[in-house]
Design a protein around this ligand. Structure first.
Ligand SMILES: Cc1cc2nc3c(=O)[nH]c(=O)nc-3n(C[C@H](O)[C@H](O)[C@H](O)COP(=O)(O)OP(=O)(O)OC[C@H]3O[C@@H](n4cnc5c(N)ncnc54)[C@H](O)[C@@H]3O)c2cc1C
Length: 457
């Protein structure tokens, strides 16, 4: 995005949440010529000392990150390039298939992907915002917003400690439990969780899944012969079990990250929703018991120094904005996406870029509703596509023994051919969804929307 200097309509945005979506939206909004203040409920130390696992940078996100100064360098210095996926039968550890990022596949994907620790990306974005004089207020927990009636009216943000800040618009980048949800939900008479234009997914919906994330120190794994071998693997490993799957890989030099996805069985007491690491709880005994068929997983659970389970509680908003157009959702606050999914960070940075690009075109505050229509159109479609792809993958990874699982394993086994000649049809089927989600280009999407609808502003 080329920085704008003489924007005729400069707006003041308050961004609630100073994580990936908040910081990247702040950067792109500033590049568009607007003023930004970030309000983050945690203090800075919370981020610098957090012990979570790592972020997955999908190939399309690698490309988008070219738009953020210094990200290429950060990925090549600190990121672990993804070489592909090794797919194992969870119960036996047998290698069933592999999806290698070969030259041809990388060319179709447009780039490679990476894994990188959360804090490396956070620190980079934070420093970038600070160097652009973006004000970040830590320890400011937003509780309420009083929205102006008309798009040119001011809006007021209130903290839990009754501090007040005025602005033109509020961007809620405050994750799964966004304060803005109750405002948007209270405005609708209908069941807003039902999108108006949803394609019905063929797979069990998001709220059928729980996820648990573990972080295991590589030092501890090295001491265990069963696991030390995992540390030598450049792969993102997946173990596919009946009703449950776990996927892991190195996420920095000293941590191995593991995500467990498991079908919900009744009410889950230990789960929290979102990424508030102070509220993280380990899996409950019942949950561990429900997936304990996998002895290897049991052992890994014991080695973890960080373990938290997360319940899916997705709200599929029919609009990411409130009725007054003073409030807009980005990142995890906006999307009903699989927690610990492959594309969450990608969705967050794409939101930031799309919103920033659209607002770079504004000439008067009266155009805000139109700009937000563009944002809603573009982002809802994209989020839905990703959700359906991720549910398809979950379904495929967690098949019960039977004819479907046999067919899956039979197709995957062809990727293990020793002579490197894998049937093109099999390859096309395996990679189809990943390539189609990764071929999304946020820049082109904005330009196309603008070309079609921009003249109506
Ligand atoms: C500390 C931390 C560590 C993470 N580690 C990982 C990881 O290892 N792997 C992974 O896949 N994902 C991780 N995530 C989640 C990941 O960042 C998101 O899934 C994705 O990048 C989208 O980010 P987001 O900014 O929309 O949401 P989030 O990253 O969840 O950020 C929301 C932010 O809003 C702040 N906030 C919430 N409510 C308020 C309020 N009322 N007022 C002010 N601020 C508020 C939160 O403190 C948080 O900083 C982590 C998130 C956090 C916050």
């Amino acid at each position: 995005m080329t920085p704008k200097e003489n924007l005729s309509c400069v707006l003041t945005f308050v961004i609630v949440g100073g994580s990936i979506a908040g910081l990247s939206t702040a950067y792109f909004m500033t590049q568009s010529g607007h003023k930004v203040i970030i309000l983050e409920k945690q203090d800075k130390q919370y981020f610098l000392t957090q012990k979570s696992t790592g972020l997955r940078i999908s190939p399309n996100l690698t490309l988008l990150l070219h738009e953020i100064p210094g990200m290429d360098g950060l990925l090549s210095k600190k990121g672990i390039p993804s070489t592909g996926f090794a797919l194992h039968q969870g119960e036996t550890f047998e290698l069933i298939g592999q999806m290698i990022y070969s030259k041809n596949i990388i060319s179709d994907l447009g780039s490679i992907g990476y894994r990188i620790s959360y804090i490396d990306i956070w620190r980079h974005l934070y420093n970038l915002c600070a160097s652009h004089s973006i004000e970040i207020m830590f320890g400011f927990e937003v509780d309420q917003v009083v929205c102006g009636v008309d798009s040119i009216d001011q809006t007021k943000v209130l903290s839990t400690l009754k501090q007040e800040i005025d602005c033109d618009m509020v961007i809620a980048a405050d994750g799964h439990n966004s304060f803005a949800h109750r405002i948007i939900l209270s405005e609708s008479d209908d069941d807003v969780s039902i999108e108006d234009d949803v394609e019905i997914s063929h797979f069990p919906e998001l709220d059928n899944w729980n996820t648990c994330r573990l972080s295991i120190p590589t030092k501890v794994m090295q001491e265990d012969p069963d696991f030390s071998i995992l540390l030598q693997s450049p792969w993102w490993m997946t173990w596919m079990c009946n009703g449950c799957a776990y996927a892991g890989g190195l996420e920095g030099i000293d941590q191995y990250g593991l995500n467990i996805y498991y079908a919900k069985k009744g009410h889950s007491t230990s789960c929290n929703v979102g990424w508030d690491l102070q509220k993280c709880k380990p899996m409950s005994v019942e949950e561990i018991n429900s997936i304990k068929r996998e002895p290897c997983l049991q052992k890994l659970l014991k080695l973890a120094n960080f373990c938290s389970s997360t319940s899916q509680n997705p709200i599929k908003f029919s609009s990411y904005t409130d009725v007054t157009n003073h409030l807009v959702l980005v990142g995890d606050a906006a999307h009903a996406a699989l927690v610990n999914g492959f594309y969450n960070t990608s969705l967050a940075v794409e939101d930031a870029f799309v919103l920033g690009s659209l607002f770079s075109k504004i000439k008067s505050a009266r155009q805000i509703p139109h700009i937000l229509t563009g944002y809603n159109d573009l982002r809802k479609k994209r989020a839905k596509m990703i959700r359906n792809v991720e549910l398809g993958v979950m379904n495929m990874w967690t098949l019960a023994p039977g004819p479907q699982r046999d067919a899956r394993n039979q197709a995957l086994s062809q990727t293990l051919c020793v002579d490197d000649h894998v049937d093109d049809v099999v390859l096309a089927q395996l990679w189809h969804d990943h390539i189609s989600t990764c071929s999304y280009n946020a820049k082109d999407a904005v330009e196309e929307w603008w070309h079609n609808w921009g003249t109506f502003m």
